[in-house]
Design a protein. Structure first.
Length: 135
């Protein structure tokens, strides 16, 4: 949104392989959007994401994925703050290197419940870099 800055955060991903081509995934994360001054008032937002979904491996290195779940969203405007629960949709893909490094890109709609909140459609593009640890 025009009222917030770029988001920086951390996300975990826990996969359970159903086959060589398909995995179910759980993805907890936290994203903090840098403060931005709007009409002289500082505005910042944060998101606590608790999502689950599936990953389909097109090749052993390339996956496409989708997830949904819960987005606990908070906004701070000056000294006032507010929070609410949202249902996000995240779709994207990743390149999984043999070294364990994972580079991904995602399209995110942070709130599918637009009719309940009355807000305009918002979306974001996320670039991710991660490392796979086998347990």
């Amino acid at each position: 949104a025009d009222a917030t800055g770029i988001g920086i955060g951390v996300m975990g991903r826990f996969d359970y392989n159903l086959s060589d081509k398909l995995a179910i995934t759980a993805n907890p994360g936290y994203i903090y959007h840098l403060s931005k001054s709007v009409s002289g008032v500082d505005v910042s937002t944060a998101e606590l994401l608790l999502t689950a979904g599936a990953r389909f491996f097109v090749t052993p290195e390339i996956d496409v994925h989708g997830m949904t779940g819960l987005n606990l969203w908070s906004v701070k405007v000056g000294d006032a703050s507010e929070s609410e629960s949202r249902i996000p949709l995240i779709v994207g893909g990743g390149y999984n290197m043999a070294s364990g490094l994972v580079i991904g890109a995602n399209f995110m709609i942070p709130n599918l419940l637009l009719t309940e909140t009355g807000e305009d459609m918002q979306f974001g593009i996320m670039a991710t870099v991660g490392y796979t640890i086998g347990i």
